[in-house]
Design a protein around this ligand. Structure first.
Ligand code: GLT
Ligand code: MN
Ligand code: MN
Length: 385
């Protein structure tokens, strides 16, 4: 990608763009091939992302502190990491636990059939919460990477949900007992790495939250790719979360329907879907982090990874500009107003509604001009409007 001139799409910290250490640090391993890029030091990631205009980085416990590190090693790593944060002004707004890599979690973490694994998963999460809070995180993501089954012979899903609930309740209780300023964001995924995962979509998660002891502490972290894997319209799930005041975090990326978990660069595969998502976030003035949970193509070297990171933020800002144009476009706004059929009145009384005469012939015959509306939207997106 050629160096970006000053064209108004330069990311700055106030845009609240964040990346996971595991995203730009992804070495390009896949189920069929070895890593193609060397591991990057977390401090190097922080410095480079700061240079590119990001607000912060997010992490799993083991993205920063390798599993099995001694207490002294942990402290040294954390000290150096904090130094890099201090030097650059970068923040850690979100933290999470790796509850999927360790073979111990092969049957799940909070929903493993083995109660000892469930207890170990909680122990690991408490330590990871402490680490996140120490680094300044106020959002804690729970992605149940191994919470699922290949065969329903393994467990009654109702029992698994009860274990899941018990775990989240326990974590909420811990945060309260420590008086941490921390909220949980549950992240759904329909499948991969498990055959089927529990609480498969953002909608499932939302319903689950209201069964918890402290629903006010728990929201969702919808991921674009995860809803797309299920063939769903991502912006609808996000809208439901926004309306419920439950959009605590968001994972932006790209994904083609019906494929493996691709985690593509935001906006790279479905610019129109990305546009309507940005429209939703910007129109609602959602104040949260624009987190990119994606990684560069396996074809890339290190330079390609930074092109990927810069491109993710740049695409968001371009789409944000397109949203402003859409909202200010007189022809588009006129079409929308006409589709309303004039101004709606206040809510009518039952009797008034009972006695209202509708011109059904007209209502049956009318068109909505959505072809024209969509064409104008496309022309705007394609840059000729
Ligand atoms: C993993 C997963 C993501 C989750 C991350 C947080 S880890 O990369 O694919 O969707 O958000 O646990
Ligand atoms: Mn994610
Ligand atoms: Mn993903």
């Amino acid at each position: 990608m050629k160096p970006h001139g000053k064209d108004g799409y330069e990311p700055r910290p106030e845009h609240h763009f964040t990346f996971g250490l595991w995203t730009v640090g992804n070495p390009g391993r896949d189920p069929f091939g070895e890593p193609v890029r060397p591991a990057l030091a977390p401090t190097a990631i922080v410095r480079k992302l700061a240079e590119l205009g990001a607000y912060g980085v997010n992490l799993h416990d083991n993205d920063l502190v390798p599993a099995g590190a001694s207490a002294a090693e942990r402290d040294k790593i954390v000290r150096e990491f904090k130094q890099a944060l201090g030097d650059t002004g970068m923040k850690v707004p979100m933290a999470t636990t790796n509850l999927f890599s360790d073979p111990a979690f092969r049957d799940g973490a909070f929903t493993s059939r083995d109660h000892r694994v469930r207890a170990y998963a909680l122990q690991k999460t408490l330590a990871a919460i402490d680490l996140g809070v120490e680094l300044g995180a106020t959002t804690y993501v729970c992605w149940g990477g191994r919470e699922g089954v290949e065969t329903n012979a393994a467990k009654d899903p109702r029992t698994a949900l009860a274990w899941y609930r018990e775990a989240v309740n326990y974590l909420c209780e811990y945060v309260r007992s420590q008086r941490y300023d921390l909220r949980f964001a549950l992240e759904a995924k329909p499948n991969e790495p498990r055959g089927d995962m529990f609480l498969a979509t953002t909608g499932h998660m939302l319903a689950f939250i209201y069964t918890l002891d402290h629903p006010e502490m728990v929201g969702v972290n919808p991921e674009l790719a995860h809803e797309r894997m299920a063939g769903l319209d991502f912006s609808h799930g996000v809208a439901q979360a926004l309306e419920a005041g439950k959009l605590f975090h968001i994972d932006l990326n790209g994904q083609q329907v019906g494929r493996f978990d691709q985690d593509l660069r935001f906006g790279s595969d479905d610019a129109k879907g990305a546009f309507f998502l940005v429209k939703l976030l910007e129109d609602s003035e959602w104040p949260g982090m624009r987190h990119f949970d994606s990684h560069a193509y396996r074809t890339e070297d290190q330079a390609g990874v930074w092109d990927f990171a810069a491109g993710s933020m740049r695409t968001y800002l371009i789409l944000k500009d397109k949203v402003a144009r859409f909202n200010a476009d007189p022809e588009i706004q006129q079409l929308l107003a006409e589709a309303d059929g004039g101004k709606a009145g206040a809510r009518v009384a039952f009797n008034e509604l009972r006695n209202t005469k509708f011109d059904l012939a007209a209502l049956r015959a009318r068109g909505y001009a959505y072809e024209r509306l969509d064409q104008l939207t496309m022309e705007l997106l394609l840059g000729v409007r």
